[in-house]
Design a protein. Structure first.
Lengths: 214, 166
């Protein structure tokens, strides 16, 4: 049993593999470098994201339309190129975001913005690329506020579709241990501001339904 | 007295692809020894032919009328254990790890403490159950913690670096 951890910063992650019994750590790979146009610390211009599937690590810079697939030994085995381009946001878009999210959005600037903010392991071979009203590519339509989607891709580069999370669902972080991956969504149905919710375990191959059971 | 708002739920969900024959295959090429899989085009985001669905299968309430405190405050991850219980990380709670009985919708045990000392949980945790024990990888403190399935601490040790890989 092994786990995977990141060290460094989200502008420059290195991925480590940890033996879950001995605690031995091995540096495995370095995710794609920050593109020259991106400013450190500016999430609008992207950051490194990654997740682990069976025998593979996938990672990308969030405003660049390519995903690297690494083998279990950390060596790059495939680049998946997506037919997507960076969305450019305007002053009007920023004002809309400030109205929705308050001061949290005030640091945004007109110009290109990242097309995703997270990758999730769905099962051994499928992962999701987070998409929302703000985190989307230029080719995506304007999406409803508050909803979240995952574009689903396989490590072989197949495009499988879109998984829509119901309103108010938030994603738990995936579990990186072993061959089974947790896919979760948490839901708050009114009441407290916290977000207790849902979690399941995803199993199956690309051709099987994603079955989540607790 | 009703202390909280409407019940919050811990939910199990099911996701199924509507038509898995509709996958889009990439064009494969090789560049400098690396396979390049290029998707020339993909459907627009909300194309109904490519939408997967989520269906709730089970709910476990985390807030109930009359409870003094919610079962969970702000959980961030969970792991289904072999004994049918759930291990949940609830990082803002005094005891950030909790084992839940989903049938009785109650906490079996709360354990662990946050901090930077030996045996304390630093954050960015990853769970596993190995040979009847809970393994917690603690990236924040770079430690590996072992607990029994009833939440008793067994050991903690620092990660040991093996050198560089790929």
């Amino acid at each position: 049993m092994e786990g995977f951890l990141s060290s460094g910063t989200e502008w420059h992650w290195e991925i480590e593999r940890v033996d879950a019994v001995s605690g031995d750590v091995q540096r495995l790979l370095r995710l794609p470098d920050q593109p020259p146009y991106a400013e450190p610390g500016n999430i609008q211009q992207g950051r490194d994201v990654w997740t682990v599937l069976a025998g593979a690590v996938v990672g990308m810079w969030t405003d660049h339309p390519s995903i690297m697939v690494y083998g279990g030994d950390g060596a790059p085995v495939r680049k998946i190129r997506l037919p997507l381009t960076r969305l450019r946001i305007t002053d009007r878009d920023i004002q809309d975001q400030i109205e929705l999210y308050g001061e949290m959005a005030s640091g945004m600037r007109p110009g290109p913005t990242s097309m995703t903010n997270e990758l999730y392991a769905v099962n051994d071979t499928v992962f999701g690329m987070f998409t929302s009203q703000l985190r989307r590519a230029a080719e995506n339509p304007i999406l409803p506020h508050g909803r979240r989607w995952w574009r689903l891709l396989s490590v072989r580069g197949e495009y499988l579709g879109v998984l829509a999370l119901p309103d108010d669902y938030l994603s738990f972080k995936g579990s990186f241990l072993g061959r089974e991956h947790d896919l979760g969504a948490s839901v708050g149905r009114g009441g407290l501001s916290g977000t207790p919710g849902a979690i399941g375990r995803a199993r199956g191959s690309v051709r099987d339904p994603v079955v989540l059971t607790v | 007295m009703r202390c909280f708002g409407p019940a919050l739920f811990f939910v199990t969900v099911f996701a199924a692809c509507r038509d898995q024959q509709d996958r889009i295959l990439p064009v494969l090429e090789e560049s400098d020894g690396l396979e390049v899989a290029t998707l020339r085009s993909i459907p627009v985001m909300l194309d109904p032919d490519y939408m997967w669905t989520l269906e709730v299968l089970r709910e476990v309430r985390t807030v109930r009328d009359g409870d003094e405190a919610p079962l969970l405050f702000d959980p961030s991850q969970a792991l289904a254990l072999s004994n049918g219980l759930l291990l949940v990380e609830d990082p803002t709670a005094d005891r950030p790890l909790v084992i839940i009985d989903p049938d009785s919708e109650s906490a079996v045990v709360r354990f662990g403490s946050s901090g930077q000392g030996p045996g304390e949980l630093g954050g960015r945790l990853t769970f596993a159950e190995v040979d009847g024990e809970l393994i917690i990888l603690d990236a924040g403190n770079r430690q590996l913690h072992r607990f029994s399935l009833s939440g008793e601490p067994l050991s903690s040790r620092a990660f040991r670096s093996e050198g560089c890989g790929g």
